[in-house]
Design a protein around this ligand. Structure first.
Ligand code: BTN
Length: 241
């Protein structure tokens, strides 16, 4: 499959969506050294200086649109496991799709799709990894970290990239042949939220509870103070611990 490589682009997700509209096949990779309009979840911007790994993958899964969060889940597992095996750092997952090291964010995932009611046309999975970039802005320096900072030395971006992509491919095929169960179990074992107090903030207000599980659609199940279980979809919420 094809690789689109840019030294500078607005956003690899924007480029990937355009390339997908034009008919690019599944497996197409878009990757850039730098983005000047990197996008995060909930309309946030994503700082993407030199040294990071900024990529998007185009998929054309045979899935119902409501199953698309599974792709984000498998990507989070692929990234966390690749960091653990290649960089030898204990990366964790924070629901829905942040990768953390010692509580600081090292990677974010932004999944976007084009779909009809009953079929997905394409999915773009955007992955941003703080690899060798340094000097976070004042607002980010307490909540974000790079692999280089944690390791105390530059990491091999190509090796990590290959590990992420190869794990993602493995899980994508596995989900098709064997189903999603094992991937979900791996996700749960890497997730820092389960069993802990969470504060869910959405446009409709916020509430507190204990994160007890995620279901097969990637929704977080939160036990509220009154004992009710709330099912929280990743859409427009932010989560505090
Ligand atoms: C988040 O945690 O809010 C998601 C961040 C996703 C950032 C990546 S970098 C590559 C791709 N292109 C973008 O514009 N965003 C994603």
């Amino acid at each position: 499959s094809e690789i689109y490589y840019y030294s500078l682009i607005d956003s690899t997700n924007n480029a990937a969506k355009k390339i997908a509209q034009e008919g690019a096949p599944e497996g197409t990779l878009v990757i850039a050294e730098r983005q000047n309009r990197g996008r995060g979840r909930i309309e946030r911007q994503w700082q993407s200086p030199l040294g990071g790994i900024w990529l998007s993958v185009i998929l054309r899964p045979y899935l119902l649109p409501q199953d698309a969060p599974k792709l984000t889940i498998m990507t989070a597992v692929a990234v966390a496991e690749a960091i653990r095996s290649e960089i030898e750092i204990e990366a964790d997952i924070k629901w829905p799709n942040d990768i953390l090291i010692h509580g600081k964010k090292v990677c974010g995932i932004l999944t976007e799709m084009s779909a009809e009611l009953d079929a997905v046309n394409y999915v773009v999975i955007g992955v941003g990894i703080n690899a060798n970039n340094d000097s976070f802005s004042e607002e980010l320096k307490d909540i974000a970290v790079s692999l280089k900072e944690v390791k105390g030395q530059k990491i091999n971006r190509l090796k990590l990239l290959c590990a992420v992509l190869s794990k993602l491919e493995d899980y994508y095929e596995k989900a098709e042949t064997e189903g999603f169960y094992e991937i979900l179990e791996r996700w749960k074992s890497l997730c820092v939220n389960l069993g802990k107090k969470v504060n869910i903030k959405s446009i409709n207000g916020s509430f507190e509870g204990t994160a007890v599980d995620i279901d097969e659609f990637g929704a977080l199940l939160v036990k509220k103070q009154d004992g009710d279980i709330a099912r929280v979809l990743s859409g427009d919420v932010s989560l505090r611990q």
